[in-house]
Design a protein around this ligand. Structure first.
Ligand SMILES: [Zn+2]
Length: 192
């Protein structure tokens, strides 16, 4: 474990555990080394507990995403085949209903986002890991990204479009977030 101290324009000392398990401490300019050491010492127990939690979450996360193995060419091909069979018809049906036409729909093994829409290129990228979600949650990701072709921002108009084209979107978003939290990440909600 390493401890990294950063001097900042802040009024108080704070610390957080980063994914690697290291401790990042932020302190105001002018704080002495002795003060920093005392701060770390008084939080020793918190550090140990938080590091343990962080590593457990990491393991859970690895276990979750490794349910879809993509390491070999054959595995990647199989996943692509399943994605095309699942997502392709969803895109076709909803795009027609919404009167939009994405330029391309492609897949990437992204773990930070379920989907992404490049409004300028009118392209849609779907995470290969949607295969770990129930179908209706995948459909929600698809409709969400298609909706961006009509409205780029997550504003009231966007939500009205979601209400119109996928009325269960709030429920699906909740379920997707629940699954993601089970995957061991409660610090950052995966955005779509
Ligand atoms: Zn969005």
């Amino acid at each position: 474990m390493s401890i990294q101290v950063t001097y900042r324009r802040t009024s108080r000392l704070s610390m957080r555990i980063v994914k690697s398990g290291d401790v990042h401490v932020s302190v105001p300019y002018g704080t002495s080394i002795a003060e920093v050491e005392a701060f770390i010492e008084t939080h020793r127990e918190w550090i140990e507990k938080s590091r343990k939690k962080t590593s457990e979450r990491q393991q859970q996360r690895v276990a979750f995403f490794s349910q879809l193995p993509l390491a070999t060419r054959a595995q990647a091909d199989e996943a692509l085949e399943r994605l095309e069979a699942l997502v392709g018809p969803m895109v076709e049906r909803h795009a027609k209903e919404m009167g939009v036409k994405p330029s391309v729909v492609y897949y990437k093994p992204t773990i930070s986002r379920w989907g992404q829409c490049d409004v300028r290129k009118r392209s849609i990228c779907i995470s290969a890991y949607v295969l770990l979600l129930p179908d209706w949650c995948v459909e929600h990701v698809v409709v969400h990204e298609l909706c961006h072709l009509l409205e780029p921002s997550h504003n009231a108009r966007f939500h009205a479009l979601m209400d119109q084209y996928f009325p269960r979107w709030r429920e699906a978003r909740k379920e997707t977030r629940r699954i993601y939290r089970m995957a061991g990440d409660d610090t950052k909600i995966k955005k779509i």
